[in-house]
Design a protein around this ligand. Structure first.
Ligand SMILES: [Zn+2]
Length: 226
């Protein structure tokens, strides 16, 4: 394998509880790709986490967003503003208007005065597209949690980056969190689409890495909820 993959550990306050969220970093000699960007204000911890992996922030070339929820696009504008190099932003067509500030974030409460992070999307990605970077990263359209959700499959490491299509609790793989998922039926159909892949590990944004027998759980989750 010529490319590398690892997760970053960023703290996030979730209903008064301190949790860890897991953006993914994939890199080789040419490209450094960050998948999802934490909540607003996490530039320093993203930098520190990249340094822990011996990747200087100045090497970051691309950002892929799995969907437009605020805990995924949070630090995006700050990263782009503070970087000296050009970083390309990739997302699904349906995520673009939310990320670019044309549409109101779907899960924002009516009375919220939260100012959403905003940035330009440079490249729209499509279902089944294989991005050539780092030995190939396949885009899998997995709506349900939000209508614009994608998961990614890193071919060399056989890693499924599930975004919020699944979660993990203490290493146990579970379906998407119903509390935050807009269409549970669609989300389960999307889990069905993930069964086609030979997977060695699954990275859940909420819950981290699942390996071994937990991967078989994908099938169980799908058929239980079908
Ligand atoms: Zn989400």
């Amino acid at each position: 394998m010529k490319s590398n993959i690892a997760t970053l550990h960023l703290p996030m306050n979730s209903n008064g509880e301190q949790k860890i969220i897991h953006p993914t970093l994939i890199w080789d000699d040419e490209e450094v790709i960050l998948i999802d960007t934490g909540v607003p204000g996490q530039l320093d911890v993203i930098r520190t986490e990249m340094e822990r992996l011996a990747i200087p922030f100045s090497r970051l070339t691309k950002i892929i967003l799995t969907h437009h929820d605020f805990d995924h696009i949070g630090t995006l504008p700050e990263i782009l503003m503070k970087s000296e190099q050009k970083i390309s932003v990739l997302a699904h067509q349906l995520a673009k208007p939310y990320i670019e500030g044309e549409k109101r974030l779907l899960k924002l409460k009516d009375d919220s005065n939260f100012v959403p992070p905003m940035a330009k999307v440079d490249q729209v990605v499509e279902d089944d597209e294989v991005l050539p970077e780092c030995g190939g990263i396949k885009v899998i359209f997995t709506p349900g949690h939000t209508p614009d959700h994608i998961s990614l499959y890193h071919i060399e490491s056989k890693t499924l980056i599930a975004g919020d299509a699944t979660i993990a609790v203490n290493g146990e793989l579970l379906g998407p969190n119903p509390h935050y998922t807009l269409d549970m039926n669609e989300a389960n159909n999307s889990i069905g689409r993930l069964l086609d892949y030979e997977v060695e590990q699954i990275i859940c944004y909420h819950g981290g890495i699942c390996k071994g027998s937990e991967i078989k759980r994908l099938e169980e989750i799908y058929y239980t909820n079908k």
